[in-house]
Design a protein around this ligand. Structure first.
Ligand SMILES: [Fe+2]
Ligand SMILES: [Fe+2]
Length: 149
């Protein structure tokens, strides 16, 4: 790691872009090909749940401990994670149906995820770039890159 290595924010920020792209692939995939749609959804859901879990384990607690003025933000982000997980469960249930209707869930997921990710990128991730020690930043990078399986 070089001295002027970038902060951590580009890693979860890059995840946001990849997760959006994966969702686009699911919505654009032909509804008639249910097995490949479900396979896409499995990898999307796994990535997204992993991203939420790493944020909750590695980022939010540090922010809350070190800077009590961020309590409301952390609380809000955690509530949004709950909404995102509920939506994921609903999408998974929907895609198990023989004739899944994704349009409403598509709009809801884009809204919830879009607002949440923008809040993190604007208010939370820059805080980590400013406040994590280089040791903590390395650990966060490792955790985001930990092999999933
Ligand atoms: Fe998040
Ligand atoms: Fe995030």
């Amino acid at each position: 790691m070089t001295v002027d290595a970038p902060g951590v924010s580009e890693i979860p920020g890059g995840d946001h872009r990849e997760i959006d792209a994966e969702w686009d692939r699911i919505v654009r995939s032909p509804g008639s090909d249910a097995p490949s749609r479900r396979a896409l959804l499995r990898s999307f859901a796994e990535e997204l749940r992993f991203h939420l879990a790493v944020e909750e384990a590695e980022l939010f607690p540090r922010m809350r401990e070190r800077d009590p003025t961020q309590e409301n933000l952390v609380q809000r982000l955690r509530e949004e994670h709950g909404q995102i997980r509920e939506l994921l469960d609903r999408v998974e249930r929907e895609l198990e149906r023989s004739d899944p209707a994704l349009a409403a869930l598509d709009e809801e997921l884009r809204n919830v995820l879009g607002e949440h990710n923008a809040r993190e990128e604007r208010f939370a991730y820059p805080w980590f770039d400013r406040n994590l020690t280089s040791g903590e930043a390395s650990r966060v990078r490792e955790e985001f890159h930990r092999p999933r399986r």
